[in-house]
Design a protein. Structure first.
Length: 146
């Protein structure tokens, strides 16, 4: 039996072959990609839910925005490593924040707010920074033989 194979197309889509165990860093990267893309999907869906159907947490709305984008950006940033890809991630999430707010103008019971988009964008930037720090720590650990 050969080792596990995880093949990635030019578009970042993955194709798994599991004859054995996968390299843990590669697996973590791919799981981060999937979690980040799921986060984007959730953000889109939850941004377009009518106002009377929303389920809120006790946290302030801006904190919810910040946390959702922070987690999504951290997962995408960890999964899609590289300066160009990470730039695309943060710019894409900031554009999504603005587009989601604009789209709420057509959703009953929702009102677009610039501050919500700003909180979301701030979460995306900090989430990406956390991904960079996590990647560096992982590389340092691997370099030390751990």
């Amino acid at each position: 039996m050969t080792g596990s194979r995880l093949q990635v197309s030019n578009f970042g889509l993955l194709s798994l072959r599991l004859p054995g165990l996968m390299h843990s860093a590669l697996l973590l990267s791919r799981l981060s990609q999937m979690a980040g893309l799921a986060g984007v999907g959730l953000i889109v869906v939850l941004s377009l839910v009518p106002g009377d159907a929303q389920v809120r947490t006790p946290a302030p709305k801006e904190l919810e925005h910040f946390a959702a984008y922070l987690c999504t950006a951290a997962a995408l940033g960890f999964g899609y490593w590289g300066r160009h890809r990470m730039t695309v991630v943060v710019i894409g999430l900031c554009l999504l924040a603005g587009a989601a707010e604009l789209a709420q103008a057509g959703v009953p019971g929702r009102t677009p707010k610039i501050f919500d988009a700003a909180a979301s964008s701030a979460g995306a930037v900090l989430g990406l920074a956390l991904a960079i720090l996590a990647r560096r720590a992982l590389r340092r650990r691997e370099a030390m033989g751990g």
